[in-house]
Ligand binder design. Structure first.
Ligand code: GLN
Length: 315
């Protein structure tokens, strides 16, 4: 086994889980009522190792929307569909140093990277644009489901409708990119935005999210089903950008302190990848000033203080 003393490991994870439970800081996102309604007490942690061992605690079967945690998955699928060179004609690979939804492009007039809104709208826009909206959604749903090893994946229509209703900034980003000729020819702006909102509105649970993270940890091969969902190259690029850009404006500090690829979303989820070892999904709605789950970040910090999972721990 990749974690030889799995029981001892789980015991420590449980201590960290309990410690984080007493953290009452932050508050849930409020930009749409569907997110504001979530219970601040919700706290789930699920682990799936690359050899298929599972451990979970708390609210791990409660569906929540994936939100920005869809960004790395969509990017990875885009790499698989379009290849790396094509993708990066349209989106950069540099941290923006700005807010995740800021109206700004890089020096070559591309969105800075696929982990911020402009970049994720772009990634969505260039995945199978030749398909009808319905077929495109079906295609993505199926690939996401394979990432989750056929475990829970849903779609929250009220979140989708709210997202679209309260999306002035995302519309502004898309128009700004169109003004700057960022998109390929014949691009359909409203279809791309809808597709982006739909991907944010996919539902996972901490359990199924952990399997998704574990698939990334395992180089794209789902550890439970053996399904080769993504190529190793696509996963390598995705983990690289999660490492440098995955935690909003805390990404640099997170890379410094935790040293692992991760992505957070406004619903309070964190997908954390320990390459070649395990995937972890953390979910707790209260967010800090950077927009990251308070308990989620605390959990990651505590974990690397106990285990040598930091990228540069084994020197
Ligand atoms: N749906 C949200 C948006 O586009 C997702 C943002 C997030 O999770 N940070 O604004």
């Amino acid at each position: 086994f990749v974690i030889p003393d799995f029981q001892g490991f789980c015991k420590q994870m449980e201590e960290i889980y309990n410690k984080c439970y007493t953290n009452h800081s932050g508050k849930p996102a409020e930009y749409i009522p569907q997110l504001a309604r979530f219970d601040s007490k919700s706290w789930g942690m699920a682990i799936c190792t690359v050899d298929g061992q599972r451990f979970s605690l708390g609210d791990v079967d409660v569906p929540f929307t994936i939100q920005s945690c869809s960004k790395p998955l969509t990017y990875a699928i885009g790499l698989a569909v379009n290849g790396c060179d094509y993708m990066h004609n349209y989106v950069g690979m540099e941290p923006s140093g700005r807010y995740f939804n800021e109206l700004v492009l890089d020096y070559s007039n591309k969105p800075h990277n696929p982990m911020i809104n402009s970049g994720a709208i772009m990634t969505a826009a260039i995945i199978k644009p030749e398909l009808s909206a319905a077929d495109r959604f079906d295609y993505m749903f199926k690939v996401y489901k394979r990432l989750a090893g056929e475990e829970y994946l849903g779609f929250n229509n009220s979140v989708f409708l709210s997202e679209r209703e309260c999306a002035d900034r995302n519309f502004a980003l898309a128009y700004f990119m169109r003004e700057n000729k960022c998109f390929p020819q014949n691009h359909k702006l409203h279809e791309s935005l809808d597709f982006y909102f739909q991907l944010c509105s996919l539902e996972i649970t901490a359990e199924s999210g952990a399997v998704m993270a574990a698939t990334l940890a395992n180089g794209g091969l789902n550890p439970l089903t053996g399904d080769p969902v993504l190529t190793v190259d696509a996963v390598r690029n995705t983990l690289t950008l999660m490492h440098s850009c995955g935690m909003y404006n805390y990404s640099g500090q997170f890379a410094f302190h935790v040293g692992l690829p991760a992505k957070s979303g406004v619903s309070g989820c964190v997908l954390l990848v320990i390459p070649n070892t395990m995937g972890i999904c953390l979910w707790s709605p209260p967010l800090d000033a950077n927009g990251n789950s308070c308990r989620g970040v605390q959990f990651c910090m505590e974990m690397v203080s106990r285990f040598n999972f930091h990228n540069f721990d084994n020197l």
